[in-house]
Design a protein around this ligand. Structure first.
Ligand code: S3P
Length: 184
């Protein structure tokens, strides 16, 4: 799978519910693996020139998902990156199929309490804007749990400090992608 050139190394794709730490873990994993890092939500915001919450208001969730889908197709067609996805990327099964074709997909898991703690002070997530945050997180997590659990590589973040999660993700990538990556 590996040829020794940077571009030919598979993508490492991080999926998981909001607040599971995809961006923080992804940034650090990219540094350790010497891969480029991309955060899909940030890239969508940069390209559209407005925050995700505004995009949701103007185009609805359907509009956002279409942009997300198009970006998955683009990124899955390239290599050599750590990609932090948005939590809802699992809703369209084509997204995971595309990412799994040439990349290593790892799902970060967390329980409701951990997620609430991590998203408590943030207000940029349109899906958590309305109603009680605990109820929203609980309901969405319940709906999506089977989709996250179906991913082969999963790392628990409830009982891990950030660096341990990063180490676990990096180890999965190295094991799946082959040997020509720098050591921790
Ligand atoms: C979403 C998660 C968000 C963002 C959008 C929708 C979701 O990303 O893509 O608000 O459906 O779970 P994060 O997981 O980075 O918060």
């Amino acid at each position: 799978m590996t040829t020794g050139t940077q571009a030919a190394r598979p993508n490492l794709v991080l999926v998981g519910f909001m607040g599971t730490g995809k961006s923080a873990v992804g940034r650090r994993a990219a540094r350790k693996l010497d891969l480029d890092f991309v955060d899909m939500d940030d890239l969508i915001e940069n390209r559209v020139g407005k925050p995700i919450s505004e995009l949701f208001r103007e185009e609805g969730e359907v509009g956002f998902r279409a942009r997300e889908r198009a970006l998955v197709e683009e990124l899955a067609g390239e290599a050599g990156r750590v990609i932090a996805t948005g939590g809802g990327v699992v809703l369209d099964p084509r997204n995971l199929l595309d990412f799994e074709r040439g990349g290593v997909v790892v799902c970060l898991l967390a329980g409701v309490e951990t997620i609430l703690r991590r998203v408590a002070a943030q207000d940029h997530r349109p899906l958590l804007e309305q109603g009680d945050k605990r109820a929203r997180v609980g309901a969405l997590l319940e709906q999506r749990r089977p989709l996250y659990q179906a991913i082969r590589h999963r790392v628990d973040t409830d009982h891990n400090v950030l660096e341990r999660t990063v180490a676990a993700v990096v180890a999965i990538y190295r094991h799946q992608a082959g040997g020509d990556t720098p050591q921790l």
